[in-house]
Design a protein around this ligand. Structure first.
Ligand SMILES: C[S@@+](CC[C@H](N)C(=O)[O-])C[C@H]1O[C@@H](n2cnc3c(N)ncnc32)[C@H](O)[C@@H]1O
Length: 243
């Protein structure tokens, strides 16, 4: 896990946070639930690290790709693919059995994030942890403006959900405070908030590709620091269900 998938500018910060939790529970085989886990970009490395991972996703195609990927990695026996909805986990996952739940890039596309959060918390053991990744609002405002789409930038900044309206591919975007409030309302205690892709999306591809290790280090250095964190393309919150 360490060598490959942790070292990209898009995922290094998230893996740093997850690794701290895995280290804290070293020697345990954790029960992991990846809600909207897609093709297994996180699920498969976690299974490779010895954990049992259930991926719940609405898309049969994504789950088929996940199953192939898990087989190729030799961890098919530790990865379960379940088709279902993020806000209806009860029939798929026993309540209070999950040690670590991932919900990455999902809350911004579902109809309503609150029942999803509630379902995640129900699945977690007391003391279990949640890794939640959401789209950041400020980066989207800057991105539209830098592309010359000033109307879209203004709409996005003014919209209570942080979207540009009907044509937006996302249903909502978050500031760190909004995201934290959502998790707290579901009963989680937020322990850490990081910015993910503070710089990665702003650099020319040649720079990002040519200096990847330096970019990873810079992303790590800036991720927890204001104002950089708040300008990141995504916000990563690590939270815990009280024991
Ligand atoms: C942007 S992808 C993120 C995939 C993965 N979590 C990642 O970070 O790479 C969003 C995923 O959420 C799934 N999804 C969207 N709405 C869902 C829902 N209501 N219930 C379960 N999965 C959903 C999609 O099928 C897709 O695989």
């Amino acid at each position: 896990m360490e060598q490959i998938r942790t070292l990209t500018p898009r995922t290094a910060v998230i893996w740093s946070v997850l690794r701290a939790e895995l280290d804290r529970r070293a020697g345990e085989r954790l029960s992991v639930l990846d809600v909207g886990g897609g093709t297994g970009g996180f699920a498969v490395p976690l299974a490779e690290a010895g954990h049992r991972v259930t991926v719940v996703d609405a898309s049969p195609d994504a789950l088929a790709a996940l199953t192939r990927r898990a087989a190729e990695a030799g961890v098919a026996d530790r990865v379960r693919a379940a088709q279902g909805d993020a806000d209806a986990l009860t029939g798929l996952v026993e309540p209070a059995t999950v040690d670590l739940v991932l919900c990455h890039s999902v809350l911004e596309v579902v109809d309503d994030p609150e029942p999803v959060m509630s379902a995640l918390v129900t699945a977690l053991c007391p003391g279990g942890a949640a890794s939640v990744l959401v789209a950041g609002r400020a980066a989207a405002v800057f991105g539209r403006a830098m592309n010359g789409q000033l109307d879209a930038a203004a709409a996005l900044a003014a919209d209570p959900h942080g979207t540009t309206g009907g044509r937006d591919t996302l249903r909502r975007r978050y500031d760190a405070a909004d995201a934290s409030t959502l998790l707290a309302a579901a009963g989680l205690v937020v322990e850490e908030t990081h910015g993910v892709r503070v710089l990665a999306d702003l650099l020319p591809a040649a720079v990002a590709d040519g200096q990847q290790a330096a970019l990873v280090e810079l992303e790590r250095a800036l991720a927890a620091r204001s104002p950089y964190r708040d300008l990141a393309a995504q916000l990563h919150l690590f939270a815990r269900r009280p024991a």
